[in-house]
Design a protein around this ligand. Structure first.
Ligand code: G3H
Ligand code: ZN
Length: 286
């Protein structure tokens, strides 16, 4: 069934585990995420990023409606989240499109501007029933931007600044920069677990890890133990899908029907989803 992100993250945080949030770009991603979550009987978040909307000719509704229909038909709880939103126009489409939550991304802005824009987004979101996540510090690596040095001064989230940011913006969850980076195709990220513990201690809201595709399993498990309650995964699905399709087409140069390779790609994503959820720990309620 379709549930809210706030409910899933709140439940995960209370149980000291994390809910996996997968970025979906195509209908095959949507179906694979739900099938993968069903195979391990776990709740899951389907998230659509502003970039994915741009790819779909700028239209949110076709993919959102498909994701909502798939969620309603799922045997596990599924929530819909709008990810990395910078456009006010897109933010305002979220409630009617079936999303219970948004991540407003002002991480590229200087602190005061990020705070002002995030507070406005949170005020509007809360008035319209949304759970709102924001980012402080810079996870980096989005949209093909030059890879950010995750160890550069100012890139990491500062605990004292984060405390003030959450209090002054009123957000429901915070994405923190603790050493991960978006779009990594090798799982070589090393997280700063000391910083993560300080952030978890300083903040009362659940913490979110972005760029999780580049984080090894043991580091992910440690991050969950350290206070991460939502784990965002995107690139890992594309790696699984593209790798499987590339292999299939090389072995079957005569293939024409797109369903033959899309189903191979979908199955590879389904396995990746199940594997990632297992690392995050069992959901004790489901
Ligand atoms: O918000 C989306 C995530 O941070 C995904 O990052 O593609 O590096 O796994 P990733
Ligand atoms: Zn992200």
């Amino acid at each position: 069934p379709l549930v809210t992100t706030g409910e899933l993250v709140g439940r995960a945080a209370a149980a000291h585990c994390a809910v996996a949030a997968f970025n979906v770009i195509t209908l095959e991603h949507v179906e694979a995420v739900i099938a993968g979550a069903e195979s391990v009987s776990s709740p899951v978040v389907l998230q659509v990023s502003e970039n994915a909307v741009k790819f779909r000719y700028g239209r949110l509704l076709p993919l959102a409606r498909a994701a909502a229909a798939a969620a309603e038909g799922a045997s596990v709880p599924v929530a819909l989240h709008l990810d990395h939103v910078q456009s006010d126009d897109l933010l305002r489409q979220a409630p009617d499109a079936g999303f219970s939550s948004v991540m407003y991304d002002g991480s590229h802005l200087p602190y005061a501007e990020n705070l002002a824009a995030t507070r406005a987004a949170a005020d509007w979101g809360h008035a319209h029933g949304l759970w709102v996540e924001a980012e402080l510090g810079r996870v980096g690596g989005k949209g093909g931007e030059a890879p950010l040095n995750a160890h550069a001064p100012g890139a990491r989230t500062d605990p004292a600044e984060a405390g003030a940011f959450v209090a002054d913006s009123g957000v429901d969850a915070l994405a923190v920069a603790v050493g991960s980076s978006h779009a990594m195709t090798a799982r070589t990220a090393a997280l700063d677990h000391t910083l993560l513990k300080r952030l978890a201690w300083a903040l009362e809201v659940p913490l979110v890890l972005h760029g999780s595709s580049g984080v090894p399993d043991d580091e992910l498990a440690a991050a969950v133990a350290g206070g991460i309650a939502k784990v965002n995964i995107g690139t890992a699905l594309n790696l699984a899908m593209t790798g499987a399709i590339r292999q299939f087409l090389a072995a079957h140069p005569e293939a024409v029907d797109s369903r033959t390779y899309l189903s191979v790609g979908r199955e590879a994503m389904e396995r990746a989803v199940a594997g990632a959820i297992r690392v995050l720990g069992p959901d004790p309620v489901t």
